[in-house]
Design a protein around this ligand. Structure first.
Ligand code: SAH
Length: 335
């Protein structure tokens, strides 16, 4: 709940709502009794009628050599999800999940292999960040790139952004939050209209509809032309450049002619391409493009005036990299 909603709930002045919000999101109080500057009558009333949102319960974590830590969290109703902490020069970043499982079924991604279990509540998305913050220094960024499709759980995603950036809570800069989507075009337009200047990352993975449809079923519903138009609308409305994610798959989407085609489509737009080397999954026939191919693909795009970088791969050894978060669990964790 926002502080205004809390004030309304208890039928009190706005500042009371802020006070309670500060306890929950700023100081992460786990009980109403901890809110010592709140009149006892209010505390008692709240105790009878409400609980403090479900914090993610850490079950296990495992750390890789590159300081990436993968967490296994238990949510309400025994739902289990994964989140990842990554350490960068500019500070720590949490990769949070927005759904348990996913129903978009991209061919190269493990998260959708067993379909969607359920949407996560805003408190459960915040909970992942708060639980990790308790043990890691300086979490300044959140990327909604864990399991699930943030824009398929739109209400929770927007509410999460508002809660985590609230001046009475964590005050995370909205510019430090990335929403990654497989391309739900109407939702991109909705998000632009919210005027939350978060970073929008769009999973493109191909320069044309035919190649894209092979990889992502969603491409059959939302063709690229409309998708790119929605992204331009987002950039216009928020002034933020859009990131296009492009997973490099050997012989599928990594030829130089495909690089040129992509460049032709993106040239002149407020954008940036981020190439991701395919993280190979056991049950998949596809292979990652070579480093050399990725470098040449990036050079071609840059040469055509489309800003392109290659994403540093983190968390590979612990199955915590892009596309490796699943809805069922192996034994890579230690307590
Ligand atoms: N549903 C959102 C966020 C999830 S994943 C989305 O589709 O954007 C974050 C990124 O990892 C996406 O760009 C996704 O396409 C990419 N990804 C998924 N599986 C991958 C794999 N096996 N190797 C590399 N990247 C992958």
């Amino acid at each position: 709940m926002t502080s205004d909603e809390i004030a309304e709930l208890i039928g009190d002045k706005p500042y009371r709502g802020k006070q309670i919000f500060r306890w929950i999101h700023g100081r992460q109080a786990e009980s109403f009794d901890a809110m010592t500057d709140l009149p006892k009558t209010i505390r008692e009333k709240l105790k009878l009628s409400h609980t403090i949102g479900s914090y993610a319960l850490k079950l296990r974590s495992v750390q890789s050599a590159d300081q990436t830590t993968k967490y296994l969290f238990q949510m309400d109703n025994n739902t289990i999800i994964e989140s990842v902490y990554m350490s960068y020069r500019f500070g720590g970043s949490v990769c949070a999940s927005t759904q348990a499982g996913c129903r978009l079924g991209c061919a190269f991604c493990a998260s959708g292999k067993s379909g969607l279990e359920r949407n996560l509540a805003p408190s459960e998305i915040c909970g992942q960040v708060y639980a990790i913050q308790r043990e890691k220094p300086r979490v300044g960024h959140v990327v909604l790139m864990g399991s699930g499709e943030p824009l398929d759980n739109y209400e929770s995603t927007v509410r999460f952004i508002k809660l985590i950036s609230d001046e009475n809570g964590q005050r995370m800069s909205r510019r430090s939050i990335t929403v990654s989507t497989c391309g739900l075009t109407p939702r991109i337009i909705n998000l632009a209209d919210e005027m939350l200047p978060v970073t929008l990352a769009v999973s493109l993975h191909a320069p044309d509809d035919a190649a894209r449809e092979r990889l992502m079923p969603v491409a059959r519903v939302f063709p690229m032309r409309e998708l790119l138009r929605a992204c331009e609308y987002y950039a216009d409305k928020t002034g933020r450049q859009v990131t296009y994610e492009y997973t490099m798959i050997k012989g599928v989407n990594d030829s130089l002619s495909q690089a040129k085609e992509l460049a032709a489509r993106l040239k002149g737009t407020l954008s940036h391409v981020n190439l991701i080397r395919l993280n190979e999954l056991e049950d998949l026939d596809w292979n990652a493009s070579s480093e050399e191919t990725i470098r040449r693909f990036a050079d071609t795009l840059n040469g055509c005036g489309v800003k392109t970088t290659v994403r540093r791969a983190l968390g590979g050894g612990i199955s915590a990299a892009c596309g490796q978060l699943r809805n069922h669990h192996n034994n890579t964790y230690s307590r």
